[in-house]
Design a protein around this ligand. Structure first.
Ligand SMILES: NC(=O)c1ccc[n+]([C@@H]2O[C@H](COP(=O)([O-])OP(=O)(O)OC[C@H]3O[C@@H](n4cnc5c(N)ncnc54)[C@H](OP(=O)(O)O)[C@@H]3O)[C@@H](O)[C@H]2O)c1
Length: 324
């Protein structure tokens, strides 16, 4: 396994982060692994040298955090665990969502309880809260760091102007600064290259993209998009604009290059993300040990500048997707 320093945190993370949206309970989504298989996946990831895990309070309504915490029991000291808050957790409690001080304090406590941890390494805001001033959110997060419940804070999909506002506010007030950006980025969705990625590079913010294989769209030919349970049932696969613009042509070129190199499409798609200097560690989603092993093997694929140009060439701008 390769390791890299996450942004300017000084913390070393594996170049692949295991995305834990696929573990928790199949009651939440058909394609999600239940506890036993979820634990097996995490254990295999550890065997392969992965030390970085990403979950969220909303994944499987909290079950993802619980299963991850259980899988890491007794061996969490040398792991880096990231979770997130923002989405409403209890439909009868409007304060179980958003980024008010009340929501952050409550939901962070619940996350730590489920994870079975006193401190989480990275606590991320899952989205921008238009109803809470960023100063209020940052003060609550800063206090969580001072209390020792959180080591670093991070953000996820938002507009670059919002992220710039957040960094400026924390700098001006001497508060903890967002150390990471978890954004939507893959060969079929590259809108983040306009503003967010160069901005993160300039600010030394660690970049940990979500859906690096376009939620599976770049792991099989376009015509087979619905060939798996997730492909058949996951609405986001169709809501994201992967098939707009040059998407199908990008998909075809991923296939061609994979055939030429004798590797899998998923490995070419992941390798492309890994070749981008502004990316620290893509967050890989899988529900099988075999696919996890494919991801680790992708670290060994070397793409030339002309391979990268060939893969990128058909891309055309698409509507922004992943945040409002
Ligand atoms: N911050 C946010 O708003 C946000 C949003 C979405 C996701 N995330 C995070 O990002 C993580 C990854 O997201 P994701 O699951 O949407 O994206 P992904 O990694 O782009 O795609 C996962 C899909 O690719 C398939 N796949 C993976 N490796 C494969 C292989 N070798 N061969 C064939 N198919 C393969 C998986 O199928 P199998 O299950 O069959 O392997 C799954 O359907 C999540 O777990 C979560 O932690 C964050």
């Amino acid at each position: 396994m390769e390791y890299t320093t996450l942004g300017d945190t000084g913390m070393e993370v594996s170049r692949l982060c295991l995305g834990c949206m696929s573990i928790g309970t199949s009651d939440w989504r058909d394609w999600v692994l239940d506890e036993e298989e979820g634990i097996e996946l995490v254990e295999r990831a550890i065997d392969l040298g992965i030390n970085f895990f990403d979950t969220a309070n909303m994944y499987s309504d909290g079950e993802s955090e619980r299963v991850l915490g259980k899988a890491l029991e007794g061996q969490r000291e040398d792991k880096v665990v990231a979770t997130k808050g923002y989405f409403q957790m209890d439909e009868d409690d409007p304060n179980s969502g958003g980024l008010s001080r009340k929501a952050i304090e409550q939901e962070l406590e619940h996350s730590l309880d489920r994870l079975g941890m006193d401190t989480v390494d990275l606590y991320q805001i899952h989205r921008w809260d238009y109803d809470t001033p960023i100063e209020t959110t940052l003060r609550a997060l800063d206090d969580a760091v001072r209390r020792g419940q959180v080591r670093y804070i991070g953000a996820s999909s938002m507009w670059t102007y919002q992220f710039a506002d957040a960094l400026h506010t924390s700098d001006a007030l001497g508060l903890e600064r967002f150390a990471t950006m978890q954004n939507h980025y893959n060969l079929a969705y590259r809108e983040e290259e306009r503003e967010m990625l160069p901005f993160c590079e300039q600010e030394n913010v660690g970049v940990i993209p979500w859906s690096p294989m376009a939620r599976g769209y770049l792991t099989r030919p376009d015509e087979d998009i619905d060939a798996t349970t997730r492909g058949e049932t996951e609405e986001y696969l169709y809501e994201h604009p992967y098939r707009e613009g040059g998407g199908p042509e990008v998909n075809e070129r991923v296939q061609q290059l994979a055939e030429e190199r004798g590797v899998k499409m998923a490995q070419i798609a992941l390798s492309w993300v890994l070749h981008k200097d502004w990316v620290d560690a893509p967050i890989v989603g899988t529900s099988t040990v075999e696919h996890l092993e494919d991801a680790v093997e992708a670290l060994e694929i070397d793409l030339s500048d002309s391979d990268i140009e060939y893969l990128e060439e058909p891309y055309e701008p698409v509507p922004v997707s992943g945040h409002d």
